[in-house]
Design a binder for this molecule. Sequence first.
Ligand code: UD1
Length: 344
Amino acid sequence: METDKKYILVTGGAGYIGSHTVVALIEKGFTPVIIDDFRNSNKDVIQRLQTITKQEIIYFNIACQDQPRLRGVLEQFPAFGVIHFAADKAVGESVEKPLKYFDNNFGSLISILELIQEYNIEKFVFSSSCTVYGDPEIIPVNEESPVSYNSPYGYTKKVCEEMIEQFIPSCPSVKATLLRYFNPVGAHESGLIGEEPDGKPNNLLPFITQTAAGIRKELTVFGDDYDTPDGTCIRDYIHVVDLAEAHVAALESLDDSKDNPVVYNVGTGKGTSVLEMISTFENITGKQLPYTIGPRREGDIKEIFANTDKVNQKLNWKSKKTIEDAIATAWSFEQYIREKRSKK
Ligand code: UD1
């Protein structure tokens, strides 16, 4: 058993947000222990994390519901915190396969909470989403805004939050933080880790970069008849490196308020439209992006962005990076991935 290090169990640590958080943890002196079954992530992310951090990365190919093996990991690396990213996250797929989402997203959380109780783990950070605000009437949304859901995926996030709320009174020694992410974008400045969708991307920025790289013929803008200044939907795009740092801030927080779990919006507080994303991409890369205007996508909401006062004040965290930086790094990452695949 090794005890001189500040171990943090990171479930889904090889995924998009998880991998950036692993880097942020190491920069702040923590020792992440990755648990990932690589169902939706790439095994060589581990090697790339080693290149970025110049450190041996501790990782285990284990599913969150495999408690016997997770116990083995926790015996060897007594973690004082858990950051739980591992979950299925595609809105469209969740409509087709809701039971897959219930099984994985609920089952993994239950398994992890049981282990938190068993091992007296002090800190728990849960990956939630602005999807819990459904289609909000009042914008920006704050943490008190009404919650609902638009898809089985959104339902799992809402119910997981409620499960944590119901669990904490039975285990008050753990301090839980629910981070509601807005739209994560961008990549690490090294260009080695980023959003790496399997097949056709669902999210806007990977679709843009794949289109510009010639992998997709054109981007379809899902509707330009919304009641917004340019007619396209508005989202709060948060740089993944900033988002990763919010997890470290949550672990380091000395906030002793009675709120347990404590909930934070993690966004920039600024809304950007789809057409603004496209024009910023074109300005930064000097590439013309082929796109057409198509019908609205089912389930899309018109507009959402965050009120970030609470996270700014209580966690002393603020987004620092710009959309331009997110687009530039996502574009470098796209080129890295293309080059890598072309060598295979
Ligand atoms: C949604 C969820 C978010 C979740 C994410 C996971 C909500 C409010 N948000 O984000 O919580 O983490 O899915 O995937 O439920 N767009 C196009 N063309 C495209 C792709 C996207 O025009 O080819 C537009 C969309 O209409 C939307 C914007 O780009 O306006 C962003 O879309 P996307 O990246 O898919 O994210 P959300 O749907 O906002």
